[in-house]
Design a protein around this ligand. Structure first.
Ligand code: 313
Length: 267
C-alpha cells in the first residue's frame, strides 16, 4: 500500500452498522473479493455510522461507510457509491414484506394491507428526513399518512376495520425500517388494530417471524442482502410481497474523496 494511500487515510477501516445486517456480510464478501487483506470492517449501529459520517464530513475528512438507498444521508451529504465490478453487493434490490406462517388466516385484514403496501423511495425519504430533523418516528409517520391519504387508500382498499385486534411488527433500527414500520403501524391503528413494535437485531428479527412470536417484518432486503436469512428460515416465512423496488446497498464515500471504485482501496 503506497504512502498517503486511501487506506492509511482511514486507518484501513470501513465504518459499518450492526453486525447482523446483510450489508455487513456483503462487505466481508467485498473484503475477500477485492483482497483487502489489511482492511477492517468496524461494526456498530446505523446511528453510530451516521454520527461518524457527520463528524468526518464536517471536517472534509475521508471516511468509507456501508451505505444504502433509500437513506436520508444521500440528501443531506454529497456522497457517491464506489463501483463494485466484482458484484459483492449484488445489483438492484427490493424490500419485501415478510409474515409469519398462518398470518393470512389469523389476521386477514392486516394481511391484505401488507399485500397492498407499496411505496417509492421519495415517500420513505420524506418520513426519514422528518425523523432525522427531530420528529418522533410515530409523529413523522402520522404526518406522512395524513399528507398521503390517496396512497394509503390503495393499501386499505377492500379492507374491513377491526376492533382492537393485536398486531406485532418486529424491526431493526435501520433508518429505512424505522420509517416504514411506523407508517404501516399508523395505517393498521387507523383500521382499529393495537400495534406493538419490537426493535431487535437482524437475526432475532427473522427468528421471531419464523417462530411466530412476531406477526411481520417490513425489512426483507432481497435477493442478495438477506439471502442468508431466507436460506435459514425461508420455509418458515411467508413472503407477502414487495413494498419497494430499485433499492441498493454498497460502499459509499463523500464526493470529496478522489476514489471511484472498491478496487481503488487496494492502492
Ligand atoms: C437497511 S440495511 C441495507 C439492511 C441490511 O443490511 O441487512
Amino acid at each position: 500500500s503506497g504512502s498517503g494511500s486511501v487506506g492509511e487515510s482511514v486507518n484501513y477501516k470501513i465504518t459499518g452498522i450492526d453486525p447482523g445486517a446483510g450489508i455487513m456480510e456483503a462487505t466481508e464478501r467485498a473484503i475477500e473479493d477485492y483482497d483487502l487483506e489489511d482492511w477492517e470492517l468496524v461494526s456498530g449501529s446505523g446511528a453510530a455510522m451516521t454520527a461518524a459520517l457527520k463528524k468526518a464530513y464536517d471536517k472534509e475528512e475521508p471516511i468509507i461507510i456501508t451505505g444504502w438507498n433509500p437513506h436520508w444521508m444521500f440528501s443531506k451529504y454529497d456522497l457517491k457509491y464506489l463501483e463494485d465490478p466484482e458484484g459483492s453487493y449484488g445489483g438492484e434490490e427490493e424490500i419485501h414484506t415478510i409474515g409469519r406462517l398462518g398470518l393470512k388466516e389469523d389476521k386477514p385484514e392486516a394481511y391484505k394491507v401488507l399485500q397492498q403496501f407499496h411505496w417509492k423511495e421519495e415517500d420513505m425519504g420524506a418520513v426519514m428526513v422528518d425523523i432525522q430533523e427531530g420528529a418522533k418516528p410515530e409523529d413523522a409517520a402520522k404526518k406522512w399518512v395524513e399528507e398521503n391519504q390517496d396512497k394509503v387508500d390503495e393499501w386499505t382498499k377492500g379492507v374491513d376495520k377491526v376492533d382492537g385486534d393485536k398486531f406485532k411488527f418486529i424491526y431493526v433500527s435501520w433508518d429505512s425500517e424505522i420509517a416504514s414500520t411506523n407508517v404501516v403501524k399508523t395505517v393498521l391503528e387507523d383500521l382499529g388494530y393495537e400495534v406493538e413494535l419490537s426493535q431487535v437485531e437482524a437475526g432475532p428479527m427473522y427468528t421471531a417471524v419464523a417462530d411466530g412470536s412476531a406477526d411481520a417484518l417490513l425489512a426483507g432486503w432481497l435477493p442478495v442482502t438477506h439471502k442468508t436469512y431466507l436460506e435459514k428460515f425461508g420455509d418458515k416465512l411467508d413472503d407477502i410481497g414487495v413494498s419497494m423496488e430499485g433499492v441498493k446497498i454498497g460502499l459509499a464515500v463523500p464526493e470529496y474523496m478522489n476514489i471511484d471504485s472498491i478496487e481503488d482501496l487496494k492502492e
